[in-house]
Design a protein around this ligand. Structure first.
Ligand code: F3S
Length: 79
């Protein structure tokens, strides 16, 4: 499994990630992306299953500001 987290400080609300991986990413009131998989609340603590990994990697590759982070360990962010 992988973990993911959106660095909102650099997200420019381009909207690509939610289109590519709607099960993983959605947008807050300002249009900034956040991890919503199993109510993660952009904490980066929810394991993303292997069957979503292609979508996750495509989103990461497609983000123009490299705001989508992926790691093997939980991020433990506070949203
Ligand atoms: Fe933001 Fe990148 Fe998604 S700029 S909306 S995190 S594709």
């Amino acid at each position: 499994a992988k973990y993911t987290w959106v660095e909102k400080d650099t997200c420019i609300a381009c909207g690509a990630c939610g289109a590519t991986a709607p099960d993983i990413f959605d947008y807050d009131d300002e249009g900034l992306a956040e991890v919503i998989y199993e109510n993660d609340r952009n904490c980066g603590v929810t394991a993303i299953p292997d069957d979503l990994f292609d979508d996750l990697q495509d989103s990461c590759d497609g983000c123009p500001t490299d705001s989508i982070k992926i790691a093997d360990e939980p991020f433990n962010k506070e949203g």
